[in-house]
Design a protein around this ligand. Sequence first.
Ligand code: UDP
Length: 314
Amino acid sequence: MKGKTVLVSGAAGFVPSHLSEFYLKKGAKVIGIDNFLTGSQSNIDILQKFKNFVFYEANVYEKLPDLSEDNIDYIFSMASPASPIDFSKIPLEIMLVNSEGTRKLLELARIKNARFLEASTSEVYGDPEVHPQVEEYVGHVNPIGPRSCYDESKRFAEALTMTYRNLYKVDTAIVRIFNTYGPRMRPDDGRVIPNFVNQAIKGENVTVYGTGKQTRSYCYVSDLIDAIDCVCMSGIHTPVNCGSPDEYTILETAQLIVKLLESSSKIVFKDLPPDDPKRRRPNITKLKQIAGYYPKVSFEQGIKSTVEYFTSLL
Ligand code: UDP
């Protein structure tokens, strides 16, 4: 990647900061953009230790920084808040970044002749009736539900990406990211792994929503970054599921985390949020065909690194 320039929107966020670091370590110049709506300055501080990192504080759906002097080879559209607790707090921002924000970045890709990658999500499948989810499945999404600001705007972002490809021949890629965890997640972002790990570290009640029979499949962040890179470099343009197929019920997740941490926490049950997907697991056949990729980091190893990170913040 020496001599290449990569633009990452949302660079202060969890996954994008890891992706930025990955390309910086490969010798690329990385241009990061973030408005710190949900991202952290501490993630940017890590990236600023690399001399090839340039940062702009900007809101991508309002105005991109002046990049007229830069050659850009790859653009990663990753700026969207993604945690369910954000859906009720900042729904308009989520919809705007995935519509106008994505459009601005696609325009930039068109002008710069860059490869564009949309970081989409398993949420485009909604509460899936097909299990495990294959890329051909078109989803089961409630357009007016509490998750719709994210689900539907990501579906729109995918449509916009394909439209720029069809109309303007922009070189595009779409990755559908499934549940991912690891260091640099916000401890208060409300998602299952940060919640359970922090509760278990502090000996507080571990809060399982509903009966805990719903499932998720967890991917450690370094495995996800490898997958995204493989998809980007492969030249493929149809959507690719990126994640781990190792599926756990939420109750199993809670029990495993309490056990791994040898925590005194008790498991308690709380109300299930509306429209909470019942099952989620990617079919990663396509990813394996492209990348020979299979998640390398076990749940136990990944949780250990995540615990170390959250402990360091206390
Ligand atoms: N969940 C839970 N307790 C928590 C946080 C989440 O039981 O403290 C459940 C949530 O209801 C969902 C699953 O864990 O079924 C994953 O939730 P998360 O917010 O991580 O993301 P999602 O996959 O729903 O987007």
